[in-house]
Design a binder for this molecule. Structure first.
Ligand code: NAD
Ligand code: IPM
Ligand code: MN
Length: 358
């Protein structure tokens, strides 16, 4: 198998973790008889500050053609334009219609959770990724005056809500069949306050909840979901929620299992099979250039990408190697180890099982 992968290292630690992720992806695919054809694009703050371009059309049309996109992070304190992330990252999510944002959180060892008496966490946040408060609809009126008005609309379409909730049920069923899931979908909204927008989520959830046999469907308001995630994270399996709540809850769930440095994500369109894979974290400017960023979130995002591309053995091999490296405490400082970014990736590389040993 050969994979055509567009790479956007981006900004800050994005560049450092993607460099390591590429080594692991390449080694894992080679050991399982595949081949990667990477094309790297210098999209990011350096380019913007040099040329004024955020995401040129010629590059955008090449990204459309890629088998998958592998991205580090977008964000740089030197860029003052607040539309910067929207012009690159959100544009790719929206215009490629990557409507599922998958953000799994799995506890590799109990030492990594800040919670007491928690033995297992294995959940996935399914975040709606193409609408909600992120749709960019709104405006400013009488800007920079005492009478200023700022409006940002929360867009919820029946099509958008239906496809993401349906996806959550399908994922819960797959997870239950493969033995990892508990057979539960938790729909998280704020319909008691947002009684126009999130009432739509309620009605769609009521329509779809009985269509998947054997999957328990529960509803939590987002405030209580945040509380329950801290109180008893083991009870969660698949959480489905809106774009903004998914953004917030997935930083929370990542800390439950070790922190942002370890959290992977996939932005996927299950119909077109397009996908963009990136760690949940951002460019962490204060850590950039020091060689201390944890590469595991980027590496695990690479595993999600290979799984999406059909290379399951290579994906599973990467995840197993990451688990083994973490258990051996061969990690960066954020996970309690003392390795550099490069050495932490090396520790994963050493543990990637060659094909004939599997
Ligand atoms: P951040 O995720 O970049 O970092 C927050 C903190 O988490 C860091 O200070 C660090 O302590 C820790 N952290 C994150 N990743 C780590 C890693 N790999 N290893 C070790 N520790 C890690 O969030 P922020 O500081 O709010 O955002 C910085 C910039 O990144 C902003 O411009 C923001 O908009 C952008 N951002 C981009 C993305 C993305 O591209 N997907 C995601 C989040 C934030
Ligand atoms: C993420 C990030 C982005 C988001 C920002 C950079 C726009 O926080 O991918 O989680 O909010 O989706
Ligand atoms: Mn975020």
């Amino acid at each position: 198998m050969s994979f055509r992968i567009a790479v956007i290292p981006g900004d800050g630690i994005g560049k450092e973790v993607i460099a390591q992720g590429l080594r692991i992806i390449e080694a894992a695919t080679a050991r399982h008889g595949g081949e990667c054809d990477f094309t790297t694009y210098d999209i990011g703050a350096d380019r913007y500050l040099r040329t004024g371009e955020m995401l040129p059309e010629s590059i955008f049309s090449e990204l459309r053609q890629a088998g998958a996109i592998y991205l580090g992070a977008i964000g740089d304190p030197r860029v003052k334009d607040p539309r910067y992330a929207a012009a690159i990252l959100l544009r790719l999510r929206f215009e490629l219609d990557l409507w599922v944002n998958l953000r799994p959180a799995r506890l590799i060892t109990t030492e990594l959770t800040p919670l007491k008496d928690v033995n297992s966490i294995d959940l996935v946040v399914v975040r709606e990724n193409t609408e909600g408060a992120y749709a960019g609809i709104g405006g400013q009126f009488k800007r920079d005056t005492a009478d200023e008005v700022a409006i940002q609309e929360d867009i919820n379409t029946r099509k958008g809500v239906e496809r993401i909730i349906r996806y959550a049920f399908t994922l819960a069923e797959e997870r239950r069949r493969s033995g990892v899931g508990k057979g539960r979908v938790t729909m998280v909204d704020k319909s008691n306050a947002l009684y126009h927008a999130h009432d739509l989520w309620q009605r769609v959830f009521a329509e779809l909840r009985n269509q998947t046999k054997g999957i328990e469907a529960e509803h939590l308001f987002v405030d209580v979901a945040a509380m329950q995630l801290v109180k008893d994270p083991s009870r969660f399996d698949v959480l489905v929620t809106s774009n903004m709540f998914g953004d917030i809850l997935s930083d929370l769930t990542s800390q439950l299992v070790g922190g942002l440095g370890l959290a992977p994500s996939g932005n996927i369109n299950p119909d077109s099979r397009r996908g963009l894979f990136e760690p949940v974290h951002g460019s962490a400017p204060k850590h950039a250039g020091k060689g201390i960023a944890n590469p595991l979130g980027a590496i695990l995002s690479g595993a999600l990408m290979l799984r999406h591309l059909g290379a399951e053995p290579a994906a599973a091999a990467i995840e197993d190697a990451v688990d083994a490296a973490v258990r051996a405490r061969c990690t960066t400082r954020d996970l309690g180890g003392e390795l550099s970014t490069e050495a932490a990736a090396e520790a994963v590389l050493e543990r990637l099982a060659p094909k004939n040993e599997q």
